[in-house]
Write a new protein. Sequence first.
Length: 421
Amino acid sequence: MRFGLDRMRRMMTALGSPERRLDAIHVLGTNGKTSTTLMTAAILERHGLRTGVYTSPHLVSYGERVRIGERDLKEGEFAAALARGARAAELVNRTLAEDDHVTQFELLTAAALAEMAARDVRVAVVEAGLGGRYDATSVIDAPVTVLTNVGLEHTRWLGPTVTDIAEEKLAVVRPGGTLVLGSWLAGEALAVAERVAREREARIVRVDDDACARVALAARGPFQRRNFALARAAAQAYLRGARSELDERAVRAAATATEVPGRLQVVDERPLTVLDGAHNPDAVGELVRALPEVLEGRGVALVMGVLEDKDAASMLAALIQPSGSGARVCERAWFTAPPSPRALSPAALQSLARQLGFDAVECEPHPERALEQARRWAGGQEDRRAVLVTGSIYLVGDLLSRLDHASVTLLAKAASQDEPR
């Protein structure tokens, strides 16, 4: 990770300045960025605009990060785009100091923008990485910026407080542009947003969390309703800038068509198996509030893996400590390791769980085996139990890559066996 925009600007020059040929909407925040990005693009696409999407990270394939016209790039298309980016990176690297080079994220971002421009995309909806002042995506000049929320994450790079993080993220707001905020944004983050908007003479659009209460969504969870409200407001702000109006029929069509992989994603019904990439305390809190809608009273067999730089203790507390009703969210847990060198050990998670007074835990380093064991346990009483996989996008992506039809069939067979003692 290397901060600064000099390399990205050189990449843009080497690729013919594709960012200048794109209108853009920039989506910032701690959680909800991918969902909001996909939803915004879906609304605009249904207004007859050719859209491009850039998101990160991916779940299964790098090609997921670049979508044009609501379709992921095919493998060969993505490879060709990346090859063009790599040639530009080689040229740029020759101009840099010996200990400097184009990063992977910069290469991916540059390749995505160049591919969108080459395919005559009208508007690119771009999800920031860490987000803000020195993020590679900030080479775009977006008339509309969306801030989903601000939480304490990536403090090593963005700063130790919410104010610091909000300052970094909102450094990209365009003078005279539009900043879309949810009514739930408050405190220090809201204060920074209002000040930045005043200084840059940007218009603030506040979105009520019930703005889309009557819209039917394909994406599950109340948090997705807030994300969709932001997406609707962002699309409306862009269309007004283009002297057009929002069509509510297009909005409803986008809502029912847009699913978000890896967020409350049901991958099997027997037993009910749900994957969610919540990977920080705020996201886990939203997940816990959304579970009753999906689980319908079932107890939870938890499969969890976390990266070592996350607040695992707070995430665990939300999942395994008794709720206000006195019942635990989870009845039993299998701790595993996401496929990353930064994975927290399952034994460390087990120790944290026991400190929180929860002993019904197993350690299984291999995610697929952990899922199989949890499904077998839940399958003994599948009308009363469900399986929840969470804690890391890397964990969810790894299991999604394995859960093809054949493996789901095998897991269902394993779950139908007698429950182990």
